[in-house]
Design a protein around this ligand. Structure first.
Ligand code: PBG
Length: 330
């Protein structure tokens, strides 16, 4: 017998791969625009679109252009975007007060988006790094230690301000212990019962964030983020982080980065009934773009495969800078 056989029935798996139509009907995982969330780096001013060197194809964008870009994506079926403000260095401080300024760049963007494109889901990051001089996600004491509970007070102020501006999900990316519960309680106490929490539950201390830090003009002035972000060697701990966030009231749990951590996404999928988000981060984007620029591979095809693998592992929502690279393939 020439093919594989099971109980002497010839098993020809290639029959289901024979034509495009057959391949389509047996396809197990499909990507659609509503699976994807587009991150944006917002700057002050108007009519500004400035290419970001560390992330070819991604731009710094002023609020007016953000509206155009977001409506284009929304018309194409994308349901959500997430926002990162690029903060003027003059507004940065050790106390990060700009993070909860209700007239700041971020709440302005949220209000414009909610006014002009009310059906689009808007997610905003909650962490102090764009607003601190030292670039850490939290407040720092005189010895350079990141202060957990004091930082949570700031995250609460930031979340309440974003809720008031109209955000659909606040998205704590700071990895302080206990922040989800405290943010949930404060939102509820102030009447924001419908504002969701998309928590960066298992966020690793990864080397893949450097293009993002350049895009956000965040320079870590000392140390690293290993006392709050997770060790890339650990997966049981990631499941515990996610379980705690779920118990504390997170509506969506995130794993970040994505492609190096597919095992974590997959294990979490088996444990939680909550939606899972995964962040295909700046380094995952930049590596593929760089190889594409060298002519070593086709970036659009590689992005499609990467995003498909993230969904196959179990993610419901994927944050990615590569949306425009894959939209035409869906
Ligand atoms: C900030 C934050 C980071 C990212 C998302 N939110 C950077 C960091 O933790 O240093 C990274 C996203 C990316 O690399 O695309 N807390």
């Amino acid at each position: 017998m020439s093919a594989n056989s099971l109980f002497s029935i010839p098993l020809r798996l290639r029959r289901n791969r024979r034509t495009e139509a057959i391949r389509n009907i047996v396809q197990e995982t499909r990507l659609s625009p509503s699976d994807l969330t587009a991150p944006f780096f917002i700057i002050e001013g108007s009519k500004k679109r400035i290419p970001i060197q560390s992330m070819p194809g991604v731009e710094w964008i002023s609020i007016d252009c953000l509206l155009q870009e977001a409506s284009y994506l929304h018309e194409r079926g994308v349901q959500s975007i997430c926002l990162f403000p690029v903060i003027n260095p003059k507004l940065k401080s050790n106390s990060a007060d700009e993070a909860w300024n209700s007239n700041g760049l971020l709440p302005q963007a949220i209000r414009c988006l909610k006014r002009e494109i009310p059906t689009l889901c808007v997610i905003a990051d909650v962490a102090l790094d764009p607003f601190t001089i030292h670039g850490h996600d939290g407040l720092v004491d005189s010895d350079g230690k990141i202060l957990n509970d004091e930082t949570i007070e700031c995250l609460i102020r930031m979340s309440l301000m974003q809720a008031e501006a109209g955000v659909d999900f606040v998205s704590p990316s700071d990895m302080m212990d206990g922040r989800v519960q405290q943010i949930r309680n404060s939102l509820d106490r102030e009447g924001w019962i419908n504002t969701g929490i998309l928590s960066y539950s298992a966020k690793y201390a990864s080397s893949l964030y450097s293009p993002f830090r350049e895009a956000l003009n965040v320079n870590l002035q000392f140390g690293d983020k290993k006392t709050y972000q997770m060790d890339p060697a650990n997966s049981r701990e990631a499941l515990l982080e996610a379980k705690l966030d779920e118990e504390e009231g997170a509506d969506i749990l995130m794993v970040k980065p994505a492609t190096f951590y597919l095992d974590v996404i997959s294990k979490l999928r088996g444990l939680t009934q909550r939606p899972i988000a995964a962040y295909h981060v700046s380094g995952e984007y930049a590596m593929v773009m760089a190889a594409g620029q060298m002519g070593y591979l086709d970036p659009d095809k590689v992005f499609y495969e990467a995003l498909l693998s993230i969904k196959r592992a179990g993610a419901d929502l994927i944050f990615t800078y590569a949306i425009k690279n894959v939209l035409d393939r869906m």
